[in-house]
Design a protein. Structure first.
Length: 63
């Protein structure tokens, strides 16, 4: 994830914007940015964001 923002809030904002504007799925985004999907989702999950495939975006988890 070296070419992506390090700050989790900026990262989730960047990823969600890219998903909304340019990529129909997280798989497509990860392939283009050469990012392991599992690493990205686990990293953002650590900060309370979970991927929602129905909406194609990361959402804040409500527990």
């Amino acid at each position: 994830m070296s070419n992506l923002p390090k700050d989790p809030v900026i990262l989730v904002s960047f990823v969600n914007t890219q998903l909304r504007d340019n990529y129909p799925s997280l798989d497509d985004f990860c392939a283009n940015y050469a990012v392991e999907k599992e690493n990205l989702t686990e990293n953002l999950l650590d900060y309370g964001y979970q991927y929602d495939s129905k909406n194609n975006q990361f959402l804040s988890r409500v527990e």
